[in-house]
Design a protein around this ligand. Structure first.
Ligand SMILES: *Cc1c(COP(=O)(O)O)cnc(C)c1O
Length: 380
């Protein structure tokens, strides 16, 4: 056989409309809006907001916010000042809450952008009160109670003192955060709800929010006045262990850029951690850990490797995931050709599956999606 094999055809079946990038991330904004409506419909008496921190969980804050605003979302949550300023520019009239609260050095810009910090300490409360006094008004903010995360927020036992100290600001929301909402039977959920109810009693007439994605599905229905889902909007499963009630939003494919035949005993990739035990056809795709595909998706003793779908068949990652490339065993997909696109996330492999094969969680997979992909927004 010559050096050009059938698998390495110079005709790579390339369509000029296809991206030149070797990875393609498709975000279905119609599915995103549908997920928002679905979550909203689970709590008819409550408003449904949206958490768009970390660049809209990696999918693009601008596209995500525009789609959700079009669907009717009027309240957004972000983690920090800079995300809040971006949100304010994208949605001039929306309510925008900042989970960090009044982070050191951020107060004046939070106020200037009309953002609502989620205040969780006496120092933040004093700073926000003083800023408001200097501006001649009571600034709006959420009051965050920590019912168990031990991360951010006032102790519920201090609620009465916090209510007294909050006279110099305008509380628009009382909030708390579940630590195990994905476990519907965890006794801590009911304990957190009870502590939150006790704290909230000191703020009559102020809206309340406890439920992130999984909280929406808890049997206690702790929906209060405002839901604040993130993960489920983006297609993540808020009810792990049960069927995913959400519609997938993200699909990710990568291109085969090279193929080769390996004999028994030949290894693939750094340190030769994988060796062929049969004659193997191997395909190299142009995506790796720099694109957010975890190196931990490499096969290890007792742990299956990541997989890609090649022409309808699942093909395992072989060798170590490297920065720019992953090699697939395509022996069982003989029609695989240079230029073909393979599925890494999509109809067959969901976020949870890739995360499980990489010993991480879907949230991390989403928020680490790389910046080198061609990005396509559809259904907008
Ligand atoms: C990130 C976050 C959310 C959203 O959580 P999901 O599980 O993604 O729905 C809600 N509230 C707070 C305080 C958060 O930090």
């Amino acid at each position: 056989m010559g050096i050009v094999s059938t698998a390495e055809r110079i005709d790579a079946r390339t369509d000029p409309a296809e991206p030149v990038e070797t990875g393609l991330l498709t975000v279905d904004l119609g599915a995103l809006a549908g997920n928002w409506r679905k979550l909203a419909s689970r709590a008819p008496g409550a408003e449904c907001g949206a958490v768009v921190k970390a660049d809209g969980y990696g999918l693009g804050q601008a596209a995500v916010m525009r789609a959700l605003a079009r669907a009717g979302c009027e309240t957004f949550f972000v983690a920090n000042l800079l995300e809040g300023e971006t949100a304010r520019a994208l949605a001039p009239h929306a309510d925008v809450y900042v989970f960090d609260g009044v982070a050191p050095g951020c107060g004046p810009r939070l106020a200037a952008a009309g953002l609502r910090p989620c205040i969780g300490s006496a120092a933040e409360l004093a700073e926000w009160t003083a800023l408001g006094a200097a501006l001649g008004r009571r600034l709006e903010a959420a009051i965050h109670f920590d019912t168990g995360m031990n991360r951010l927020g006032f102790a519920p036992a201090d609620a009465s003192a916090v209510a007294e100290a909050a006279v110099g600001i305008e509380p628009t929301l009382i909030m708390s955060h579940f630590l195990s909402a994905q476990l519907p039977d965890a006794p801590v959920n009911a304990r957190q709800i009870a502590d939150f109810l006790a704290a909230r009693a000191h703020f009559p007439g102020v809206a309340a929010s406890m439920a992130a994605s999984s909280g929406v599905f808890l049997p206690q229905r702790p929906h209060f006045d405002l839901l604040r889902p993130g993960y489920a909007l983006y297609g993540g499963n808020p009810t792990p262990g049960a069927e995913n009630p959400m519609t997938p939003v993200v699909s990710l494919s990568a291109r085969i850029i090279s193929l080769r035949a390996l004999g028994v005993g030949e290894t693939v990739g750094y340190d030769g951690v994988w060796a062929a035990t049969r004659p193997t056809r191997a395909a190299t795709i142009g995506a790796g850990y720099a694109d957010g595909l975890p190196i931990s998706a490499t096969a290890a003793p007792g742990k299956a490797a990541g997989e890609a779908v090649v022409g309808g068949r699942r093909c395992a990652f072989i060798g170590r995931v490297s920065m720019d490339y992953i090699v697939l065993d395509v022996t069982e997909a003989p029609e695989a050709r240079r230029g073909d696109w393979v599925e890494l996330l999509g109809a067959t492999i969901d976020i949870e599956e890739l995360a499980g094969r990489a010993r991480t969680i879907g949230y991390e997979v989403l928020t680490r999606l790389g910046r080198r992909y061609a990005r396509r927004y559809v259904g907008g």
